[in-house]
Each structure stands twice: as C-alpha cells, then as structure tokens.
Design a protein around this ligand. Structure first.
Ligand code: HEC
Length: 115
C-alpha cells in the first residue's frame, strides 16, 4: 500500500469516527429523531417520562449520564437486537431501529440522552 493511499484510508476512518463520536450537541436534530422513533414503533414501549414496557427515555438518559461508552452501548442495543426482559418477566428480542445510517442512529441516541 502506498503512503498516500494509507493516508487516504486514515482520513476516511477519521471522518467516520468524527461523525459518530464528535457531533456537537447543537447538531441534535429533534425532528429527525422523533420521526425515526415513530417510524420504528418505539413509542409502543417507550415515552419521555413514564416507564411503560420499556424504560422512559428519561430513565435511560439518567442511567447513561456518566457512562463514557454510552453511545457505543446504546448503538449496539438499537441495532443488534439483544434479548430484553419485560416487566411481566417474559423475554423478547428487542426491536431494532429502522435506520442503517450511523449518523441517524447517533442522532437518535443523543436525542434519548437529552431527556
Ligand atoms: C415491545 C416493546 C418495545 C419496543 C417496541 C421497543 N422497546 Fe426498547 N426496550 C424494551 C424493553 C422491555 C427494554 C428493557 C428493559 C430492561 O431491561 O429493564 C428496552 C430497553 C430499551 C433501552 C435501554 C437500553 C439500556 O441499555 O438501558 C433503550 C435505549 C431502548 N429500549 C430504545 C428503544 C428504541 C429506540 C426503540 C424503537 C426502535 C425501542 N426501544 C422499541 C421494550 C421495547
């Protein structure tokens, strides 16, 4: 691999990492996050400040407030369909978010954490 080529790949990786980890809070697109939440059917189990079958957005925001790996963990939760336990004790694979675009998922996570 040539040096130039390597630099190009590094630059590309850096851009992806920057988009994923360094989006400033001011870039939060609330409308897009809400649209994605509605389109993915999340509100059946999650709302802002009341625990339903799933924790309130506020509960999750609180849980991850001081967790440096919050974005990573939540991105996994929303894309890898982990098994979750419902309040009645039954288990189900969690619903995946209807988006494959990292920036969109990141925006959703920041929106959840903004509660
Ligand atoms: C059928 C009900 C249901 C739907 C629909 C649902 N969830 Fe969940 N969600 C749950 C349950 C149950 C848990 C786990 C609660 C627990 O383990 O205490 C959970 C947990 C979570 C958590 C917390 C994860 C953590 O690590 O603490 C987040 C964030 C979340 N869901 C987001 C979403 C999003 C975004 C959607 C839409 C794509 C969604 N959920 C759709 C039921 C649901």
């Amino acid at each position: 691999m040539t040096r130039i080529h390597k630099l190009g790949i590094q630059a590309a990786l850096f851009t992806i990492a920057a988009a994923f980890y360094c989006t400033p809070a001011s870039a939060l697109d609330v409308a897009a996050a809400k649209k994605l939440v509605r389109g993915s059917g999340c509100e059946k189990c999650h709302v802002a400040d009341k625990d339903k079958d799933g924790p309130a957005w506020k509960t999750t925001a609180e849980k991850y407030r001081n967790d440096a790996q919050a974005v990573e963990k939540l991105a996994k939760h929303l894309t890898e369909r982990p098994e979750v336990t419902f309040p009645d004790g039954h288990k189900e694979d969690h619903k995946a978010v209807k988006a494959t675009d990292e920036a969109q998922i990141k925006n959703l996570i920041e929106w959840i954490r903004s509660h």
